[in-house]
Design a protein around this ligand. Sequence first.
Ligand code: PEP
Ligand code: CO
Length: 448
Amino acid sequence: MSDWKLESWRAKSALHQPVYPDAVALREVTSQLEELPPLVFAEEIQSLRKDLAKVERGEGFLLQGGDCAESFAEFSQQNLQDTVKVILQMAVTLTYAGSCPVVKMGRVAGQFAKPRSSPVETRNGESLPSYLGDIINGIDFDESSRVPDPQRMLRAYQQSVTSINLLRAMATGGFASLRNIREWNLESVNGTKLAERYGAMTDRIHQALDFMNACGVPMEAFSSLQGTALYTSHEALLLEYEQVMTRQVDGAWYDLSAHCLWVGERTRQEDSAHLELMRGVENPVGVKIGPTATADDCLRISTQLNPDNESGKLIFICRMGAAKTKEVLPALLKAVSDAGRKVIWVCDPMHGNTETAASGYKTRNFDRIMEEVIAFFDAHRNAGTYPGGLHLEMTGRYVTECTGGAYEISDEDLHHCYDTQCDPRLNAGQALEIAYQAADELRRFRQK
Ligand code: PEP
Ligand code: CO
């Protein structure tokens, strides 16, 4: 990595960056951030690398989920706790029904910056710069709120600190203990078939724990039953922020804003400044792989980001849409596996299935999402490769943003609870349904 420098990305093409009107104000903020503590530790990043190396070998499964975009206004203990509850419920479902340890990772504590398909938004004939995420500008449709403001980076940092504090408390303070499995139930799912199925599973897990206890094997003997690791991740989009959080520890560079970062579909091009910054850090790095990606793209990115072909380092997050997954993914799996490149393959069944409903809402249909998940598993079964995880936009709250699923949300229902800052999320029930399907697929896969 002798040709990599903390600022070498500046000579490359940095797409989707805000233009700050006041360069001095920007410098003041980045200097302040430079002095502030990191959000995560290098040792935690190394543990994640080890956990992901297991996933890569087919000995685990990565569950990554959370909001499309975090926001300042929607931040609360309740919202975060509800998201963690669904992640824990989904993870225990995958572990129990899929017989597989699960690496849990939130799109959280830093998921604030958004690439937008258009730089301007037009409403009733008036055009303004697009909303780029709370870390950059404001969502209100007025001129002053859409001006990029570097102070927002400090606020995003502070909110991330608070989030990580809560996540750590939930992960290791008893809440995530298997004995509390019933506490993870979400009110919004109560009374549904899913709640019944989940209840039956928790009863069986309780019985197993009681049985072990009676046999003289107390669960206190196993730290993995009493708590868990909850890792954080976000899109490494806003390069000024990522650079200032990238620091040297024992001679190696880490982006200490999160355990894991990913580079989006729109910023992973050949001369990408984003890939350049991520090339120098020890963190595991994800890259979104869309429907137009070629085998050459995959191999090029794998050599750029992981020249030494290390384990637990590179994640390809496929987001092709249900139809293109069947068409395009098989050739990519073959090319990467023939070349002997180490990759963790993850399915993001959200971003390739976005559509505009007749009502005008941006939505995703549950059946298409499920179809992509199934196509992803099928492609791996045929290619002899391993389906390593799921990447979902979801929330623990009852929202009506994706159509279909257990509550049979229709186009006409979308306006009831459409709260997302950006893309439509699965609600808790829809997310659990995906987990059940994935668990069945995973078990079939592992029994093969
Ligand atoms: C996202 O994950 O919210 C996102 C913008 O994804 P993509 O880069 O795959 O479009
Ligand atoms: Co999104």
